[in-house]
Design a protein around this ligand. Structure first.
Ligand code: SF4
Ligand code: SF4
Length: 71
């Protein structure tokens, strides 16, 4: 299903360490951890809900691995 929301997130899989902080802190519960690991061996967050563009995930990511973008 494609979500036609105004905002989305881009995850840099080379930087993401799969800590899950972004998933836990998102006020909309819009992120979930992917079920499979990327090439780095970590699971990465994916957007499955409505992102409101608050950028909290971006600010709290310890590895600066997630960026909020406007579609
Ligand atoms: S920008 Fe806000 S709503 Fe969107 S994924 Fe990040 S924390 Fe969630
Ligand atoms: S907070 Fe950053 S490092 Fe942690 S899972 Fe999210 S994107 Fe990856």
């Amino acid at each position: 299903m494609i979500l036609l929301t105004k905002y989305s997130v881009v995850v840099n899989k080379r930087l993401c360490k799969g800590c899950g902080i972004c998933v836990d802190i998102c006020p909309r519960r819009a992120l979930v951890m992917d079920g499979v690991c990327s090439e780095t061996g970590y699971r990465n967050p994916v957007l499955t809900g409505e992102c409101i563009g608050c950028k909290i995930c971006m600010w709290y990511c310890p590895d600066q691995a997630i960026v909020v973008v406007e579609r």
